[in-house]
Design a protein around this ligand. Structure first.
Ligand code: ADP
Ligand code: ASP
Ligand code: MG
Length: 816
């Protein structure tokens, strides 16, 4: 004999019930079958809602009733087209009874737990009738038996305790007599010893099936639902979750107690007692293997962490005070108080100092718990020996579960470091002595992020997912997205990393996709589906999504965007800046961003601020971090100025050379930023700061090669006019260098805490002499490199190299 239980979704429509019928038909060929059914999906909620409306004197309860009625009648119509009298008569009789009950609740303004159980029992009563009649209509022999005659409980309404002795006898008596090949039973519902309808708690149809299975000692209990087994985590919250092949009874119990709704927690015990394996199967995919819960799990090869679950709506209560230390009996009085109030304690932690006891309960019980505890400890509180209870709400518990965790070291360390890296605050921790469960209490807002980062850590072959938000998708942004797309497989296979672009914005539009935007189609998505962009809106969305390993990338040159870095960092979102403004603004601001980055565990990287993709800042940071001291830096840091002075000569005037540089995209849109030296001053400042010198941009001495008129020009056009007019000035500079056999290079220097920038005549034997095109060069003289400097040289401008510098920063964060 087998017991199969079908949940709400599995009997949620005529089509689904047809699937159920075909599964039952196959099984019935081999064995006798008991089929336990839930109410049609969503009906229990609707019944409860109608009851509350009626109790509150809201006539809309009639609409709810009508919706319930229509849903049932339409399923019957579709399943049993030539509806026979029996089903219509019986359902209509139940519906009339239901209507009378709701009218009664409306009249007397009351919905007691007892009435609530009577009300909710209609769901399963109707669904079981429908399934049994549909079987018969398909010429399959079946009968329906009311479980209220078989499962007997006490009168703890809404979650009654089963009297196993009486129930087992009733079940055995009935099935020993019956010879039916398929018996349909309503789940969830039962009767008290006094004959009143009771229920087994929400989700209780699983429990019905287990009680019946254990009474009859059947071979197997199957729970058919809408997912292919018990998953490594709730698949609605963790997309990458996968079905767990096998679990021990204890593991299944822990996971379901800690929120894996797919199996109602009390279901496991009867099956465990009778040693009946439980299989969780998918009605929508009967071929899928599902999850086997049994005793035969070989621990040796079993992975230590089997699943990850959570319970939301938790309140954390802390009782503390000097009067608790060394005084026996405090915990007894505390937990006795809670027991008397019938409050279930989910988690307890106590520091060894005994100064405080902290425990987690359902939020709904928090107020009652507080009042009762204050009463119990009234005297101690009045004597200031114990403080008033601290109650924190909006919390959730996450739990790692696995029998084999006890044989592996460092699991809790990995769990807490993953949470810590994502700035998820842990309010309390509990680990049972069996080490089957490690639980942590965290803020409810962080649940999805916590589950996903722990899932990644323990189940996904350590593939780390980076969630990236990019502002400013021009030339560089496009190249970056393209590089990420092309490297997808490499990153996955070699670095165990995936980069998802979750948010994108330009000055007009912004677009988001939590699962990652399509890396080819994004321009169309942004254009066609994008909402109007706003800097605050972009930040808000990134914060709301609250994804693990979030990274914000600024590829603009905007002050306003740079001003928002602090807000991102405060929300544990890493910042990668191509934009130089933040690092070259006031030293205090730059310092503050570094402080926020440390405090909130959110990296702040800006490698592309100096030398585009060249690893200048990273190298400098590594030198400093390893204890080296920078004595001086000499560098050519402007690709545009290098290009200009490499092309300017006696045959080509200065004005045209600058125009050409601008045309080829080597200068800023306003070439004055390059030619005045501002850009180089900012880069020099950043290098000095990274070397440990608290400098401001005004401290960089700027020996400008421009004329007064050039510097005074009010617009770009005016500036070009002055360049033309001052051609003799530029020719003079050129000739002076040429006569000495030198070339002109715009050089940045840092020495003894001072920085200086300006055009220099460079002799043939100097490493800068042969610097071609738009290349940059940086020479670090340090204590360890006193004579021969460490040199970094290569293209210092261009979209591709800048994008690769940004890419490198993402990887640095990912590898962290
Ligand atoms: P039924 O109506 O069949 O009893 P439930 O809604 O009670 O189904 O349980 C199935 C649901 O449980 C799934 O659709 C899923 O959303 C949720 N769930 C939560 N945690 C898990 C988990 N760890 N594995 C599988 N499902 C889970
Ligand atoms: N129908 C009940 C509920 O929704 C029992 C069940 O589905 O298991 O809670
Ligand atoms: Mg269920």
């Amino acid at each position: 004999m087998r017991v199969l239980k079908f949940g709400g979704t599995s009997v949620g429509s005529a089509e689904m019930i047809t699937n159920v019928i075909s599964i039952l038909q196959t099984y019935a060929k081999k064995d006798r079958v008991i089929c336990v059914v839930s109410a049609i999906g969503g009906i229990t909620d609707k019944l409860i809602a109608a009851g509350h409306l009626a109790k509150d004197k809201n006539e809309n309860y009639i609409h709810n009733y009508k919706a319930i009625k229509d849903q049932h009648l339409s399923i019957i119509k579709a399943l049993i087209p030539e509806s026979n009298d029996t089903i219509t008569r019986e359902i209509k009789a139940l519906l009339t009874e239901l209507k009378n009950l709701l009218d009664g609740i409306y009249l007397i303004n009351e919905l007691s737990p007892k009435t609530s159980d009577k009300l909710t029992s209609f769901g399963e009563l109707m669904s079981s009738l429908i399934v049994a009649e549909a079987l018969k209509f398909n010429k399959i022999k079946a009968t329906r038996k009311n479980s209220q005659d078989l499962i007997i409980t006490n009168n703890k309404f809404t979650k009654a305790d089963v009297n196993y002795m009486i129930s087992h006898k009733a079940i055995n008596d009935y099935f020993n007599d019956s010879k039916e090949s398929i018996t349909v039973l309503p789940g969830f519902i039962s009767k008290s010893e006094y004959g009143e309808p009771t229920t087994l708690g929400r989700g209780g149809s699983d429990f019905t099936a287990s009680i019946v299975a254990s009474a009859l000692k059947v071979n197997q209990l199957e729970i058919w639902t809408d997912v292919s087994g018990m998953f490594t985590s709730n698949p609605k919250l963790v997309k990458q979750a996968i079905p767990i092949k096998s679990l021990s009874y204890q593991e299944a119990m822990e996971l379901s107690h800690f929120g894996a709704k797919v199996l109602y927690a009390p279901t496991v015990q009867p099956a465990l007692d009778a040693k009946i394996p439980i299989v969780i199967k998918n009605t929508l995919d009967p071929e899928a293997e599902g999850t086997l819960i049994s005793d035969d799990i070989a621990l040796v090869n079993s992975s230590p962490v089997k699943g990850l679950s959570h319970i939301s709506d938790i309140a954390l209560l802390t009782l503390q005070g000097s009067g608790m230390v060394g005084i026996p009996g405090i915990s007894k009085r505390l937990f006795e108080t809670l027991a008397n109030e019938k409050i279930n304690v989910i988690l307890i932690t106590q520091a060894s100092s005994e100064h405080s006891i902290c425990f987690g309960i359902e939020s709904a019980d928090a107020k009652r718990a507080k009042n009762a505890i204050h009463k119990t400890f009234e005297f101690e509180i009045s004597q200031h020996k114990i403080d008033r209870l601290i109650v924190e709400t909006d919390l959730s518990i996450i739990a790692l579960v696995g029998d084999n965790m006890k044989n592996h070291q460092g699991i809790s360390g990995r769990m807490f470091s993953s949470l810590g890296k994502n700035n998820i605050n842990i309010r309390a921790i509990a680990q049972g002595a069996s080490e089957r469960n490690i639980s942590a209490v965290i803020d409810s807002n962080d649940i999805k992020k916590a589950l996903n980062c722990l899932h990644e850590r323990f189940f996904e072959d350590h593939i780390k997912r980076m969630n990236v938000f990019i502002t400013g998708v021009g030339n560089v942004g496009e190249r970056l997205i393209d590089q990420i797309r092309k490297q997808e497989t490499y990153l996955h296979d070699n670095l165990k990393m995936t980069i998802k672009i979750v948010g994108l914005s330009n000055s007009k539009k912004m677009v988001f996709n939590e699962d990652g935007l399509d890396l080819e189609q994004w321009p169309f998505k942004l254009r066609d589906d994008g909402e109007n962009s706003s800097l605050k809106g972009f930040l808000k969305k990134a914060v709301e999504l609250n994804l693990r390993n979030s990274v914000f990338i600024d590829i603009t040159a905007s002050d306003a965007v740079a001003n928002m870095y602090g807000d991102y960092l405060k929300h544990n979102i890493a910042v990668i800046a191509c934009n130089k403004i933040a690092c070259s603004s006031d030293f205090d601001l730059y310092q503050n961003l570094k402080r926020l980055s440390l405090k909130y565990n959110a990296p702040f990287l800006y490698e592309t601020n100096v030398g585009a993709g060249l690893p200048v800042i990273d190298t400098l940071n590594n030198l400093v971090a390893s204890g080296d001291k920078i004595t001086s830096i000499q560098a050519v840091l402007s690709g545009s100025l290098n290009f200009i002075f490499n092309n300017f000569n006696e045959r080509k005037n200065f004005h045209d050379t600058v125009k050409q540089a601008q045309f080829e995209g080597y200068t800023e849109p306003d070439p004055r930023i390059d030619l005045s030296g501002i850009d180089v001053a900012r880069k020099t400042l950043i290098l000095a700061r990274e070397s440990g010198i608290p400098m401001e941009v005004d401290d960089v001495t700027n020996d400008s090669f421009l004329t007064e008129n050039n510097l005074k020009a009010k617009s770009v056009d005016d500036f070009y006019k002055t360049l033309k007019a001052d051609e003799p000035h530029f020719q003079k500079i050129f000739q002076a260098a040429k006569q000495k056999g030198c070339r002109l290079k715009y050089v940045a220097e840092y020495k003894k805490g001072k920085s200086r920038i300006g055009l220099k005549e460079i002799a043939k034997d100097h490493p800068f002499y042969n610097l071609e095109g738009k290349d940059n060069i940086v020479m670090f003289y340090t204590q360890r490199y006193p004579k021969q400097p460490m040199i970094i040289k290569g293209a210092g401008a261009g979209a591709d190299v800048t994008a690769s510098g940004l890419f490198a920063d993402i990887i640095r964060i990912g590898n962290n």
